[in-house]
Design a protein around this ligand. Sequence first.
Ligand SMILES: C[S@@+](CC[C@H](N)C(=O)[O-])C[C@H]1O[C@@H](n2cnc3c(N)ncnc32)[C@H](O)[C@@H]1O
Length: 295
Amino acid sequence: MHNNLSKTYSEILEYCFEVKQSKNVSISRSQIDHLLSEILKIDKLKLLLNPEIKISFLKKKEFLKKFFLLINNKPVSRILGKREFFSKEYLINKYTLDPRQDTELLVEVVLTLSKKLKKKKNLTILELGSGSGCVLSSVACELKKLRNDFIVVGVDICKNANKLACKNLINHRVTSNTKILKSNWFSNINERFDIIYANPPYVRSQDISDLGEELNYDPKIALNGGKDGLFCYKQISKKLSSFLLPNGYFCTEIGFNQGLEVKKIFEGINLNLYGSYNDLGRRERCLVFHKKKKV
Ligand SMILES: C[S@@+](CC[C@H](N)C(=O)[O-])C[C@H]1O[C@@H](n2cnc3c(N)ncnc32)[C@H](O)[C@@H]1O
């Protein structure tokens, strides 16, 4: 394969399968196609329909370099520095969590709550731990289709994650309805919000190294939920009430089997459990709490 000639897509595929077999690694055809279509800047379907399409020497070289990262278990999203989330593309880097598809549920729940508050003028929303900004941007992009009088503020403790989030917000043209701040949860916030939501770090410290290679590429600060996985929920709960407007909602993603404990934490600060949402595997992954008008 390492010669100066261009190759066809089918020749490259054949080579990839030989390497895959000889190294006994589990990569899929879809991952290979994804990489190749990004490098060639052509649609995946067009690639699939044209097995004899020519791939120049330089493109082949670029592909092989990335293919060997894939063989060594680097996720395609990390190789390409981007990932699709809620049908849009987001830049990611070593400072940001690689957005998970499960988190799209959080977007849907926040949008449902926003619709519930459709009569509220100048809707204010806060995201705690905004990372790449994919959730915040998805919420803003969808809300923009319905109204203009809203703001979504994202805070993250990591200034480099915030820089990338700003780029993503520019790319998706939602800068006029969004703001990114560096803050240790509420430390730099001085207003109250109609909706506050989070996908905080919730992996138990001792589990981080056991949960698969994929997590090796995520920053520890985006994963580490302390000894019991609940540290960040507890931190957030200490100040949450003073930043939530009366009749406001708090919405959070939770890890598998954390429902009971997380409910206890937020009911313990006098919020009412308002709803609980499951992922496609029927696991409870998102909780909503409501602040009574007079708390
Ligand atoms: C699980 S990631 C979620 C990222 C993004 N919202 C998403 O869903 O893809 C948690 C985020 O919380 C941030 N974080 C951790 N501790 C924080 C703190 N004390 N204050 C603010 N953000 C924090 C991390 O930097 C990380 O970006």
